[in-house]
Design a protein around this ligand. Sequence first.
Ligand code: PMT
Length: 426
Amino acid sequence: MTKTDPTVLIGVTGCIAAYKSCEIVRGLQKAGVRCKVVMTEHAAEFVGPTTFRALTHEPVAMGLFDDPSDPIHHISLAQECDVFLIAPCTANVMAKVAHGIADDLLTTTALAATAPLVLAPAMNVHMYEAAATQANMGVLRERGVRFIEAGEGYLACGDVGRGRLADVEAIVRRTLDVLAEIGCVVAGEESATTEAVRPGGARFEDAGAQGDLAGKRVMVTAGPTVEPIDAVRYISNHSSGKMGYAIARAAAARGAEVTLISGPVALDAPTGVNVVRVQSARDMLAAAREPFAASDIAVFSAAVADLRPAHPADRKLKKGADDDALSSIELVENPDVLATLAAGKRAGQCVVGFAAETNDVLDNARKKLVSKGADVIVANEVGEGRAFGTDDNKAWLVDAQEECELPLMSKDALAEAILDDVLRRL
Ligand code: PMT
């Protein structure tokens, strides 16, 4: 018997790849599938339930007793879905499902579900290859659970090997195949991975006008700037770009049209984001002018060099012959990208600056709020193992009225918190 308007329940577990579940939801929706999300508390450390609520227009379940109107929520979730896809699926959740452990809403729903179960694992290579994980996969396969194999490559933890969540496109396709296998007809007119090409040639993923930032333009600066001393040497800093890229990625997942002005970093362009790569502070200012003027929200997370060599040499300066030039480098001030652009801020535009401080974090952030002309400053403490280059960050959101302290969280989760805050201000 065929069924139209199928529902896929997407289980999201606590893994750095959790943000990709947003893209999976959008891909399935574009194909005409109704999506519901159930997530673990650990998943919410990476992506908030608000994001999934905005994307799916459905309540997002996390705790066993979340919905007082539905005391047996795990049963209704299990019964309502045609396919239960857990993506990303951590080693822990896979182990629980293999052994029938049901100690939260997601795993209880998995035990109660009679719909086909599809798992897309994502974890560290050693966890993936561990005998226990492989044995759990074997048990689940024997029971008819379908797997979407993890890919190989560079993993978030720094290891290289198998464990990356499979491509979003592959997960969406495989889920649609399973729906077709069980006789569900989907009515989407677009391919799950269609990209729209906008006037001017910039490529943005079709946001589907679903997220809470749909229709908004967001500009983000990220990464360091580099300021040449000569043809081979430069002044820069330790910014990896992770914070700014997380913000750009989160804004795009929530439906915004995003332009990311990025200093030199080793990160891939986030899906659906228009990336403009620059080198110096002056390049960054020039590249940011237009996107800033067009933006509803502008987030300045780049670590811009305050100073640059006044007379960069266009050849390599040599020890011995150029000792004078090398021993004393005259520096001049760079333009302040944030302060320059915020001076021309429009009514209704929200400008978010950052403050990277080693001491007196809140005092310095309050001063920067005024001197830079931002609406809010994300203040973070930097130093050994803090903020620069890390995957997590601890911040305070500082505005003219108050400061709100946030706990240490992943940069993806902080990006969501910053965007939630901005939405309240718009
Ligand atoms: O990139 P990651 O490794 O993920 O690290 C993240 C981060 C530590 C770089 C990020 O969280 C952060 O704090 N970014 C701001 C870094 C910084 O330069 O802060 P600042 O306090 O020096 O500058 C204050 C604000 O003015 C920032 O918004 C900065 O982008 C802006 N600025 C500063 C100088 C300048 N010439 N132009 C600017 O726009």
